[in-house]
Design a protein around this ligand. Structure first.
Ligand code: COA
Length: 260
């Protein structure tokens, strides 16, 4: 696929996807969602990609939301479809990806933008980041998983207040809420994400995949997370990565994981 609204840079097994519609504050239109889906899927299938970072282009925004101009005249059926397809192809897709995904929040992360960041496995923010779910101010509600993931991350009361007021919180408050793991200057944002990604990339991709799966299992109402952990833990014992990781420890050397 030829990308129009994103671009990908890859170095040392770390891929950075930049959402590149700065004139529209990187708002997620249909095309951008499709491009992100394809990019994330292809990177996940590439064994050379160990970690993915998602960032917005320009200094102003990560993503200022779903593209309002595209859905302003939608019917009930179209609205439902927009939410269902977005969740399936991008938001749930990223959350359940085997490859770790980090959101680098560089400015506004609003509506679908904050929902995208929340679908990533964790978030790092720059000091100029502003986050919120303003949908009720448009007469709609968050439709890309925001009503579910925000309470998981910050607690029900804080999520209710953010959703009901449609307001924005700054990076420090997001850090205090546990919505972002680190706050750094805009210049330090991507370098810090790369530093964290590089630490992750030294670990077993097979074990990382199982860890993501099992942490997510605990947030699914129809899955027993503890039982999922037992299965995944057992599964790891049959992998080459486990043999290499444990042998390397006992032989006092750095592990060189085969990724199987
Ligand atoms: N969808 C479509 N276009 C958007 C957008 C969105 N979610 N967010 C910003 N844009 C566009 C603006 O329409 C504008 O386009 P134009 O120059 O062609 O008029 C451009 O991006 C720049 O935005 P602008 O509003 O002029 O910037 P600002 O600095 O004055 O305000 C925001 C920044 C983020 C406060 C403001 O753009 C905003 O409130 N955006 C919508 C946020 C939102 O409700 N998101 C949830 C959607 S469900």
């Amino acid at each position: 696929m030829d990308y129009e609204n994103i671009y990908i840079e890859e170095e040392n097994n770390i891929a950075t996807i930049t959402i590149d519609r700065p004139k529209k504050l990187n708002a997620l239109n249909k095309r951008t969602i499709e491009e992100l889906h394809v990019a994330v899927k292809e990177l996940d299938e590439d064994p050379d990609t160990k970690v993915i970072i998602i960032v917005g282009s320009g200094e102003k925004a990560f993503v200022a939301g779903a593209d309002i101009s595209e859905f302003a005249h939608f019917s009930v059926k179209e609205g439902r479809q927009l939410s269902a397809m977005g969740q399936k192809n991008l938001f749930d897709f990223i959350e359940n990806l085997s490859t770790p995904v980090i959101a680098a929040i560089n400015g506004f992360a609003l509506g679908g933008g904050l929902e995208l960041a929340m679908a990533c496995h964790f978030r790092v923010a720059s000091t100029n980041a502003r986050m919120g779910l303003p949908e009720v101010s448009l007469g709609v509600i968050p439709g890309y998983g925001g009503t579910q993931r925000l309470p998981q991350l910050v607690g029900k009361g804080r999520a209710m207040e953010m959703i009901m007021t449609a307001g924005m919180i700054d990076a420090d408050k997001a850090f205090a809420y546990g919505l972002v793991n680190h706050v750094v200057s805009p210049e330090e944002l991507v370098p810090l994400c790369i530093k964290i990604a590089s630490r992750i990339s030294n670990n077993s991709t097979v074990a990382l995949k199982q860890a993501i799966k099992v942490v997510n299992a605990g947030f699914k109402y129809d899955v027993d997370g503890y039982a999922a952990e037992i299965d995944a833990f057992g599964h790891c014992f049959g992998t080459d990565d486990f043999r290499e990781g444990t042998s390397a420890f006992l032989e006092k050397r750095k592990a060189d994981f085969p990724g199987s």
